[in-house]
Design a protein around this ligand. Structure first.
Ligand code: PMP
Length: 358
């Protein structure tokens, strides 16, 4: 059995470890950049009443036209651009790589960044090149330029704001990268709702730029829905690789419903942004904690004189789950990432952290 698996499963897949998501149990869940709020009761009741009219016996609209149009409005996609939807933006990354994967083609991203770029590059048999960010987690432009010239990447992924560092790269640097890239540049704006800066209005300035968004951080992570927008020459090709019916009927209906109440989603986002600032202040009052600037709904930090594993486990013992970055020796060494939760959750986290480090 094992021999056969060894013989037929690609070596680079066998070498991978599966993407591990810890079980949160009843803990305060501040590990996954989710919006902590549910919908108001009246909205939930309305949704439930309308859900019963959905026919799950039929396939969904294969290209989710109505939802695409609504999302394009909400996300302010320029009129002359096209979009496709994905089962989360994860699937869009996969679609992009599947369409670009020639033997020896290269996926490039600055690092540290969202791990799925590297993982999906491997799944699709592409070569991955991670280029270290500088000490401020900004793009190292000489290194990027050299790597772009050397590896001629088919695609460069830039998370804007970046995960897990939380910062926005300089706009000028991103523009310079789009200018020097021989292939496609994907600006991944998963955290756009909290950032206030976007490359969406700049799509028409470039012929090698696409912008990716998700509804996951707007309170709809469970629906699994992302959007990729750009020139129709690119999007038309990506659409051929997309599986038909990739957005199921329940997601199509529920996302459209939620976007009709986008004032409520916006209120929640505003609250998260205000609470992020409170959390930054509270962290800055704890001696021995270094935090990094964030334009997202999470904050990267570390304790100057304490091991991150100890902090992570002690927080867990206090019922608070955050994210710890393995035993890296690079720029994330000893770092932890906390997602902005409700006011009460953030306070519980700060109280527990204070007691652990002092
Ligand atoms: N891009 C970035 C930068 C992310 O951090 C994440 C999720 N953590 C995603 C994309 C994937 O989001 P989705 O839920 O839409 O698959």
């Amino acid at each position: 059995m094992v021999d056969r698996v060894k013989r037929w499963i690609r070596e680079e897949i066998r070498e991978l470890s599966a993407y591990h998501v810890p079980n949160p149990g009843n803990m305060i869940k501040l590990d996954a950049m989710e919006n902590p709020y549910l919908w108001p009761d009246a909205m939930k009741q309305q949704w439930l009443a309308q859900l019963s009219d959905i026919g799950v016996n039929r396939y969904p609209d294969p290209s989710a036209q109505q939802l695409t149009q609504r999302l394009e409005q909400v996300m302010e996609v320029p009129d002359d651009m096209s979009s496709i939807l994905g089962n989360g933006s994860d699937e869009l990354i996969q679609i992009i790589c599947m369409a670009l994967a020639k033997p020896d083609s290269v996926v490039m991203a600055p690092e540290p960044t969202f791990v799925m770029y590297q993982m999906i590059a491997r799944f699709t048999n592409m070569n991955y090149q991670g280029i270290p960010l500088d000490e401020y987690f900004q793009l190292d432009m000489p290194a990027m330029q050299q790597a772009i010239e050397r590896y001629q990447p088919a695609v460069i992924f830039l998370a804007y704001p970046n995960n897990p560092t939380g910062n926005l790269f300089s706009e000028q640097d991103v523009r310079a990268i789009i200018d020097m890239a021989p292939g496609l540049v994907v600006v991944d704006e998963a955290y756009h709702a909290f950032a206030g800066h976007s490359f969406m209005p700049m799509l028409s300035e470039y012929d090698n730029l696409v912008v990716m968004r998700t509804v996951s951080k707007m309170g709809l992570a469970g629906l699994r829905l992302g959007m990729l927008s750009g020139r129709k020459e690119w999007l038309g090709e990506f659409d051929k690789v997309r599986l038909p019916y990739n957005i199921n009927v329940l997601t199509q209906f529920s996302a459209e419903f939620a976007l009709r109440h986008d004032d409520i989603l916006q209120q929640q986002t505003d609250q998260i942004c205000a609470d992020r600032e409170n959390l930054k202040q509270a962290l800055s009052r704890i001696d021995g904690i270094t935090q990094y600037p964030s334009a997202a709904n999470f904050i990267l930090f570390k304790a100057d004189n304490m091991d991150s594993e100890h902090i992570f486990n002690a927080l867990k013992a206090d019922n608070v789950l955050i994210k710890r970055f393995g035993d890296t020796s690079g720029p994330l060494a000893n770092c932890l990432r906390v997602t902005v939760g409700t006011g009460d959750e953030n306070q519980a986290f700060i109280k527990a952290l204070n007691a652990i480090v002092n």
